[in-house]
Design a protein around this ligand. Structure first.
Ligand code: KIV
Length: 266
């Protein structure tokens, strides 16, 4: 295990809230994209279980395994120099008791170069969060829309039960979480939770009032064509750019334009 310290530590990340510094986070799943995100000065990189959908092509985040998360996190870990690196605990790696959760999170920390894990849950996972924290494993919680519970929730819907969400956030903080993702909840509720917590809230579909924001890398760059969720702002159309480049290459080869003299050895 490489224990070389990174530029941003867990306590520094948490302290950004008190300092009033907005926190940026993005997902990354491989070496090249992690290098790019890190070079841009993003404070936190998440190896999200969203890789199940955007990299592996599954319909939801349930199929990705612990081994696969570790495989991708290792690649990302080799690239990151500046950002805090967090890895998602996949379903059901933290639902099999505190002991198994520590074992699984311990593997993530030992085999990748990450500093923290993220898990979905609040009140119901408080004992697991506390167990991980007592083992020295920093935990980011994830409340609101919890994609691993998509079948129980009946789809990817905005979560509006304010009392429950506040209780989840407070339970996660009380259990020792150093930060919390709030996914797809009304902006007014996110403002209330953010004001109530000492730890930073990182929103995705939770409005401008959170302490920071996170997006899926592929959504940010327009690599996921089709209907985008309301909370996504694509900052580029890389799908369009890449498709055009591949088609031009195809046409050049068919018309014997590529390779030209510049690409040919004498
Ligand atoms: O897996 C993921 O990418 C996430 C973010 C959307 C927060 O959990």
């Amino acid at each position: 295990m490489n224990t070389e310290p990174r530029a941003i530590t867990v306590p520094q990340f948490t302290a950004f809230k008190a300092a009033g510094r907005k926190i940026t986070m993005l997902t990354a799943y491989d070496y090249a994209t992690a290098q790019l995100v890190d070079a841009a000065g993003i404070e936190g990189i998440l190896v999200g279980d969203s890789l199940s959908m955007v990299v592996q092509g599954h319909a939801n985040t349930l199929p990705v395994t612990l081994e696969e998360m570790i495989y991708h996190a290792e690649m990302v870990g080799r690239a990151v120099r500046h950002a805090l690196l967090v890895v998602d605990m996949p379903f059901p790696s933290f639902h099999l008791g505190v002991h198994r959760a520590i074992e699984n999170a311990g593997r993530i920390l030992k085999e990748t170069r990450c500093q923290a894990v993220k898990l979905e849950g609040g009140v119901e996972q408080a004992d697991v969060i506390a167990g991980l924290v007592s083992a020295g494993i920093p935990v980011m919680a994830h409340c609101g829309l919890r994609p691993q519970s998509v079948h129980q929730l009946g789809g990817y819907r905005v979560q509006r039960d304010g009392e429950r969400l506040m209780a989840d956030a407070l339970a996660a903080q009380q259990a020792g979480a150093f930060g919390i993702v709030l996914e797809c909840i009304p902006a007014t509720l996110a403002v209330r939770i953010t004001a109530e917590l000492r730890i930073p809230t990182i929103g995705i579909g939770a409005g401008i009032g959170c302490d920071g924001q996170i997006l899926v890398f592929h959504d940010l760059l327009g690599l996921t064509p089709g209907r985008l969720p309301k909370h996504v702002k694509p900052y580029a159309d890389l799908h369009g750019v890449a498709l055009d480049a591949v088609k031009r290459y195809r046409d050049d080869v068919r018309q014997a334009i590529f390779p030209a003299a510049e690409q040919t050895f004498e």
